[in-house]
Design a protein around this ligand. Sequence first.
Ligand code: F6P
Length: 531
Amino acid sequence: MSNTNYSPTDTVAWRNLKHLSQVETDTRITELFDAEVDRAQRMSLHAGELFLDYSKNLVSQNVWQELIALANESNLLTHRDAMFCGDPINHTENRAVLHAALRSEPSDLKTSEAQDRNAIIKKQLEQVRQLSEKVRNGSWHGSTGKSITDVVNIGIGGSDLGPKLACSALSEFSLSSINIHFIANVDGAEILTTLAKLDPETTLVAIASKTFTTQETLLNAKTALDWFEETLGLKNAQTSVHFIALTASPSNALAYGISQSQILEFAEWVGGRYSLWSSIGLSIAISIGFSRFSEMLAGAREMDLHFQNAPIDQNMPVIMALLGIWYGNFLGAQSTAVIPYCERMQLLPSYLQQLDMESNGKATSLEGQTITYNTGAIVWGQTGTNGQHAFFQLLHQGTRLVPIDFIAAVKDSLSNNEHHRVLIGNMLGQSSALMKGQSAPEGQPHRHYAGNKPSNTLLMNSLSAKNFGALIALYEHKVFVQGSIWNINSFDQWGVELGKNMANKLLDPDLDYGSLDASTKNLFKHMNKIT
Ligand code: F6P
C-alpha cells in the first residue's frame, strides 16, 4: 500500500544514511576492495546485454544496506505498479504515464483495457512502418513525382532529442540514400542554412510536436512552408505530400491543414521526453528501418521487464538511482557526468539532460509541500576520449564531487581492433585512475591525485538497436525511481512555462516597456541602438 504521508527524510533509512555520511567520512574505495574480496563480482550485474559495474563507488556495505532499505521504505514498488497499470500518476496533468506500453507485447498485459490500448498502439506503429517503408523504398513521391532523399524533422525537446540521438547512435544501420536533418532551434540560421542545401522536390518535412502548439516548431514549419512556395511555387504545402505530422493532437494538425492520412498520432499519456518510442520516432524508422526500430522497442521492453521483476538489490535502474541519491542527498554532489566512449553517442548527455532534469528538477512534493532536500542532479558530459582533453582535469584534481557514468560498447564493427582497444583502454584507465589516485612526488604537490572519485561502468556487448533501447529505458527507469523516492512528480514540466510566457510577453508589439525589470529594459535599449 502506498503511504500518503511519505517523505524520504522521515524514513529510518534516511536517518541512518545521514548518520553514516557523518561517521564514514574517510571511506576509501580502494580499501573497500581490500576488505571485500568479491566486491567487483558482488557489485556488478547483467540485464540482457548490458553489464553494470558499480563497485567503484564510495559505498560501504553498511551504506548499501541502508540505500536498499530506503528503496523498500519508499513508495517505489506501488508507484512502479501504478505506472505500468496506467494510473494517472502525473497528477498535475491528470495523466497516465505509459510510454512503456509502446514497447509492450500482448503477453505482458493483464487487463482487457491494456489489451485494447495495445491494439491501438500497434495500429499507430503500423502507420509508422508503412510510411517509413514507402519513404525508404522510394515509393513516397514529392509533388513533382520524385522519390524522397531528405527528411527534415522539425521539433524541439522530446520531439527532437530522442530521434536525433537514436539516428546518430544507430547510424551504423542507416540507409545511405536518405539524409535525416533535425531542426529544433528557432534560430533562423539553422533552418535557413539547412533548407538552402536541399532540393524541395525530394524533401519531406515531419512536423514533430506532441501538442502542435510549440512556438519554435510552428515558426520553423512556417519557414519550411515559405521555402516550398518560393522554390516550387507550392502554395499551402502543408496540405501536400511534403508534410507529415507526428503528434498527440491530431485536431491541431488537421486545423493546420495536414491531411488526415499524413497525421501519425500517438497518445496523450506519452510524455514528450519519453516519445521516441512512438510515431515521434518516424525519422528513426526511416533511417534504420522499421524492423530495427522494433528491435529498439524490444530492447526497451527487456529493460521494462527487468525493472518490474528483478529484486530491488539486483535491479539495474534501482541501483543506479540509489547511488545518485547517496551522492546528491548525503555527500553533497551537485552534478553527475555521463561519458560515453563512443562518438556516435555524443548526443546522449543532451538527451539525458532533458530526461533527468525536466523530470526531476522539482521542489514540490506530491502533496504540494515545498521540498527541503536535494532532488535532480545537474547532468552533463560529452564523449571520451575528447572529454579527457577538456574537463577531466577538474574530475581528477578539482574540488567537487562528480559521480560519473562511463558507457561503452565492448565490440564495435564500425571501428577496428586497434582503435577500439585504445578507446576502451582509455575509459578503463580513467575510471581506475580516478578511483586510485596517486601521491605527489616530493616537492611537487601539483602532481597529487586525491583519487577516491566514484564511477559506474556500463558496458553493452555492442551498440545494437536492441541494446540502445535497453540503455535508454534504463535511464528512464532510473529517473522514475529517484522521483518516487524523492516523492515528486517526474512527469510534468511546469518549470518551463514561466519563461515561455515571459518571452511571449516581450514579443508582444504592444509591449509596455515600463513594466519590464531594469536590466531587461537596459538590454532592449542597447539593442535598439545597434539595430
Ligand atoms: O517546453 C518543454 C516541452 O513541453 C517538452 O516537455 C517537450 O518535449 C517540448 O516542449 C516540445 O513539445 P511539443 O512536442 O509539444 O512540441
